[in-house]
Design a protein around this ligand. Structure first.
Ligand SMILES: NC(=O)c1ccc[n+]([C@@H]2O[C@H](COP(=O)([O-])OP(=O)(O)OC[C@H]3O[C@@H](n4cnc5c(N)ncnc54)[C@H](O)[C@@H]3O)[C@@H](O)[C@H]2O)c1
Ligand SMILES: CC(C)[C@H](C(=O)O)[C@@H](O)C(=O)O
Ligand SMILES: [Mg+2]
Length: 375
């Protein structure tokens, strides 16, 4: 039995706790069957933390996240928190985690499992076999740039309503170079192709982005095939012919939008995992937070309808990137593939062939059973 990995679990709001309960089953399986030991602690983030403590993330939870080998997060947010002061909104808790842990590289793979090729809103021939990776910059750009805020515009009589909302897209060359390096490294391990997306035609920050990615290519990764694309064209190309891409690197906001679009290539937003990685810690593994790409899905929360696969595949990414257990990550991904091939579907994956959906918990049970079969 290896030394326990410390794992902080933050289930969050809405369907977060429902999907995380299924990840706990999977963690239990790896402990029982693969000699892995996890020192798991659970805490609050998002709306539930606001309800308990008046803040979406306490300093104590932040400190636990900084100390953990890895953090697993469900989802945050919900309509009951929509009118809270901006600084108290559930999403601020997640953004604080990303920023203070300096998780600058957000890996969002979009893979179409063969059994789901008919479930995408696109044609089977467009998505079959698809396996792309979006690397989203996660700690800078318009999400964090200053100045920001809503203020009055009293001296401008032409402005009906009299207010201005401001956010600033700001990137330093260093921020661009470090996420570009992460993306080039990943491309090297895959099909050696990287496409960088920005809006260099209308934004100075886009020009800098393009120049710095090119600089990293020319000086450090000339062997990787690099292309540049305007992000609006990129969105169109993603749904036109997604298989032209291998790895995509893009900024915080474009990455948020493009990865939700990429979700539909796979059949459901409930399928997309993510890893948010920072600098290496003392043990050599990167600082890391793993979370599904989807949100708290208030429309289906509490009904046992949520698809837990995105969260379970996020744990597979933790096995790969934080715990150096690539074989176990492969096994878990194969278990998900097997369950889907066997026709087991949650409600979001009810497609052309109809059928009866399984609940969130049943999907988790099927995946654990598949692990037993494959092991
Ligand atoms: N990382 C996060 O925690 C995160 C990400 C996105 C949105 N949010 C928050 O979640 C709340 C709701 O946002 P939204 O509705 O725009 O996005 P959402 O991702 O929560 O839901 C979008 C749609 O996808 C469906 N869906 C999402 N995950 C699913 C799953 N696992 N299984 C089945 N169906 C699923 C939902 O039912 C909904 O119809 C907001 O407060 C938002 O800020 C949080
Ligand atoms: C909840 C929100 C802060 C978050 C984002 O915009 O980054 C979400 O949409 C995501 O994709 O992780
Ligand atoms: Mg998003």
């Amino acid at each position: 039995m290896s030394a326990p990995y410390s794992l902080l679990i933050l289930p969050g709001d809405g369907i977060g706790p429902e999907v995380m309960a299924e990840v706990r089953k999977v963690i239990g399986w790896f402990e029982a069957n693969r000699g892995m030991a996890f020192d798991v602690s659970e805490d609050l983030v998002g709306g539930c933390a606001y309800d308990a403590h008046g803040t979406p993330l306490t300093d104590a939870t932040m400190a636990k996240a900084q100390a953990a080998d890895a953090v697993l997060l469900g989802a945050v947010g919900g309509p009951q928190y929509d009118n809270l002061d901006f600084s108290l909104k559930p999403e601020r808790g997640l953004l604080r985690l990303r920023k203070e842990m300096d998780l600058f590289a957000n890996l969002r793979p979009a893979q179409c499992f063969d059994a789901l090729a008919d479930f995408s809103s696109l044609k089977r021939e467009v998505v079959a076999g698809l396996d792309i990776l979006i690397v989203r910059e996660l700690t800078s750009g318009v999400y964090f740039g200053e100045p920001r805020g809503i203020h009055s515009d009293d001296n401008n009589p032409q402005n009906e309503g009299g207010r201005v909302g401001v956010n600033t897209q700001r990137y330093t060359s260093g921020e661009i170079r470090r996420v570009a390096r992460a993306a080039f490294e990943l491309a090297k391990k895959r099909n050696n192709r990287l496409c960088s997306m920005e809006k260099a035609n209308v934004m100075e920050s886009g020009i800098l982005w393009r120049e710095e990615v090119q600089w990293v290519h020319d000086n450090e990764y000339p062997e990787v095939e690099l292309s540049h694309m305007y992000a609006d064209n990129g969105a169109m190309q993603l749904v036109r012919r997604p298989s032209q891409f291998d790895v995509i690197v893009t900024d915080n906001l474009f990455g948020d939008i493009l990865s939700d679009a990429a979700a539909m290539l796979t059949g459901s937003l409930g399928m997309l995992p993510s890893a948010s990685l920072g600098a290496p810690m003392e043990n050599g593994s990167p600082k890391a937070l793993y979370e599904p790409v989807h949100g708290s899905a208030p429309d289906i929360a509490g009904q046992g309808k949520a698809n837990p696969i995105a969260c379970i595949l996020s744990f597979a990414m933790a096995l790969r990137y934080s715990f150096d257990r690539g074989a176990e990550a492969d096994l878990l991904e194969q278990a998900v593939e097997k369950v889907l091939a066997d026709g087991v579907r949650t409600a979001d994956l009810m497609g052309p062939d109809g059928g009866t959906p399984v609940s969130t918990a049943q999907m988790g049970d099927h995946i654990v059973k598949a692990l037993d079969t494959l092991a």
